[in-house]
Design a protein around this ligand. Structure first.
Ligand code: ATP
Ligand code: MG
Length: 223
């Protein structure tokens, strides 16, 4: 049985709004194993992005249990959590979040540089893998939205993360580009031994790509 990457039990997350505490994750139980491709679906506002931020060690839970790679995240220092995130987790966002002044090559290279690695052949290889070998010198504004999201995927995967987290990666794309991107993400997932992918989406096409679809409602995973 592959090892467990993320495990939550009774996970809680609330936001403080002045004197009001707004609960968002309300006792969420989840187990994700290495190598899985898991989709999370659910109505707007049910807490999907909030959950992804917690799993991605971008924000901390308010209560409950959360283990990442067997380690109790609540007990880790801020520095250790940041280190884990940098070394093992990559993100893809709905709006790509590319740097407009940099070429596709430099956007991907940046991911390596901020980790102190020297960008080299792996940058072109990553762009080739997403079908953009011809566009390495193009800036985001000179690319279609589908191409921009593929640059963002290359940027996420160039560091060979253990976990890829994607928050509505097809949310800004038309149906044809959405199909291409989802299939690409599945293919890249399969070509990387042990990569775990967790993807939030409203796109029904995901049913054909994911190993498992979790349905979220009101801050919990539906049974
Ligand atoms: N920083 C914050 N401060 C206060 N409330 C927040 C904050 N972030 C999220 N929320 C609230 O948490 C709830 C869940 O938000 P979240 O972004 O996780 O939903 P979602 O399921 O991703 O929705 P969507 O499908 O629309 O992206 C919302 O009601 C939102 O207002
Ligand atoms: Mg969201």
């Amino acid at each position: 049985m592959p090892k467990i990457v993320f495990q939550t039990s009774g996970l809680l997350k609330s936001f403080q709004m002045g004197s009001l505490e707004v609960p968002v994750l309300r006792g969420l139980d989840l187990e994700i194993r290495e190598g899985e491709f898991v989709a999370i679906m659910g109505p707007s506002g049910c807490g999907k992005s909030t959950l992804l931020h917690v799993l991605g060690l971008m924000s901390s839970a308010s209560g409950g249990e959360f283990k990442a790679w067997g380690q109790d995240v609540g007990r880790l220092s801020q520095a250790k959590r940041t280190q884990l995130r940098r070394e093992r987790i990559a993100f893809v966002f709905q709006r790509f979040n590319l740097l407009g002044v940099l070429s596709a090559w430099n956007n991907v290279a940046m991911a390596l540089k901020i980790r102190g690695e020297h960008p080299d052949h792996q940058v072109s290889e990553a762009l080739e893998e997403v079908g953009l070998a011809e566009k390495v010198r193009f800036k985001p504004g000179q690319l279609s939205v589908g191409q921009q999201q593929r640059v963002a995927i290359a940027r996420a995967l160039v560091c060979k993360p253990a976990v890829l987290l994607a928050d509505e990666p097809t949310g800004s794309l038309d149906s044809e580009n959405s199909r291409t991107v989802l299939r690409l993400m599945r293919r890249l997932h399969d070509s990387r031994a042990e990569q775990t992918t967790i993807l939030i989406t409203h796109n029904p096409l995901i049913v054909d790509c994911a190993d498992r679809v979790l349905e979220m409602i009101d801050g919990r995973i539906k049974e």
